[in-house]
Write a protein that binds this ligand. Sequence first.
Ligand code: SF4
Length: 294
Amino acid sequence: MDPAPLLAWYRRRRRSYPWRQAPPDPYLVLVSEFMLQQTQAARVVPAFGSFVARFPTVKALARASRRDVLQAWSGLGYNRRAVRLRETAVKIVAEHGGGVPSDPVILAALPGIGPYTAAAVASIAFGVPVPAVDTNVRRVVARAVLGVEGKDAPLREVTSAATAWMDGTEPGAWNQAVMDLGREVCRALPRCSSCPLQSECAFRRRGRADGKPARKTNRSIAAPFEGSPRQLRGAIIRILIGHPVVTIGSISRATGRPASLVAEIVGALSHDGLVMAGPAALAGNRRGRVRLAP
Ligand code: SF4
């Protein structure tokens, strides 16, 4: 498959996000990829700006306290990512002289970095020719090259098709182009009329992308955030950022949620290494004390 139409489409939009610098700054790419792991790009944009203004370098992030990093992360959710990002910065300073590694294997050994993030950072920041295959990219490659839905194509086949399609001279641009396309155009219900691949897409040629609404699956229905355990996790972290120690009872009062549920979520946060809680707190005792992990 010719990468030219995809790269031409991307060239017009490559400035859409503030982490896309020319030449790329590996630290900014690293931060953005952590933020994009579970948050939509539109929500990442303002958080990214304030985060890198506060921690402009790997060394600044490595020196920061966990509390300050969680505070700067506030609003993005999935706070474990912030803790792992800080741990990664500490390791980069201690083991790599403060320079983000370019090798995807070394990157994947750092906290919070899986194969996708390692490939994204290596290709975008350093031009290493590896495809970063997440759900969106898998959908685009499977459809455009193999003519099937992502779930019907084995990952190995998709990765091999992506590697063949990728332009070896611009792997970072290729990865970001496919990410953007999967996020904005080749969605669950594809918008083929706006797609730069429409003339050569195998899925479209097979009449599989005729604009009929795709059948809704449970996976396409977003779980409600309001009242969810995720919302309570975020609320507890925000309370702890502002106070050195709090009790289960005070969190329960502040959030309007039962102490037993607060204790359950505190237990999960403790398991994730985000907070420290004594046995009383974990048992749901209202006087049980909780603090942010150091
Ligand atoms: S033509 Fe349609 S199905 Fe093919 S890649 Fe583009 S949006 Fe997806």
